[in-house]
Design a protein around this ligand. Sequence first.
Ligand code: SAM
Length: 261
Amino acid sequence: MANQTNDSAPMADTIGEMTNRLLADAGIGAGMRVLDVGCGPGDVSFRIAQLVGGQGQVVGIDRDARPLAAARDRARELGLPNVTFAEGDLGALSPEHGLFDAVVGRRVLMYQPDPVAALKSLSRALRPGGLVVFQEHDATMVPACLKPLPLHERAHQWMWRTVEREGADIHMGFHLAGVLEQAGLTGVSVRAEAVVLTPQMRYRTAAVVRAMLPRILQRGVATEAEIDIDTLEERLMDERAKANATFVSDMVFGAWARKPG
Ligand SMILES: C[S@@+](CC[C@H](N)C(=O)[O-])C[C@H]1O[C@@H](n2cnc3c(N)ncnc32)[C@H](O)[C@@H]1O
């Protein structure tokens, strides 16, 4: 799917569009009560809110209070009283949240030390027959290109090695279907989609490296001099322009299944 923007247009949210398709295809729809685990600043929660509509309800939970404050501000700005956020660990969900029609998460199972146990625990908050939908990245095949892109390779390694050293499973995409099955869920469906870039398309690699810079340095993955953050974006664009080659930047897996009814 090569639907990133060219140099002069605003950057498209390709992964957000993948999230929308996954949620809709999995069966998230009008009137449902949905839990978004590891919601962060609420991007996925607001996408779910559009699908469930005014008769539905979305509860986002996250163990980190900082993104939750941003999520609450955004819900107020958007005028969405049926989207609420709570602080907590997804493995120790308070029974006061009640039962849900669906549990959703994006880029969150990869951070759980035991994702099967986390899903089993979350299943207790689902009604019988309820839906589980997760979207997770995978480092296995990216970046991929027919021509060498050594700076792109290094930039991806800085990001992926950092999250791996922080304890994340960087192959969660490939593990996703098996994890859902081992958690006792049924009717598992799985897909993978790629973010494909042509030489002219801008992408967020340099911005993500900039945001992760303190963590990259702290984990000893690369030095400030190696990264040279202020020139990184320009060097990445230049490398792709010279190679004049299409490349795959991200692989995003999506899977859904149901709690036995
Ligand atoms: C990479 S962010 C993804 C945020 C959001 N799902 C999205 O895709 O935009 C991962 C989020 O999961 C949260 N998280 C990770 N493990 C968690 C846990 N066990 N319980 C609650 N939140 C968790 C983190 O605090 C962080 O906000």
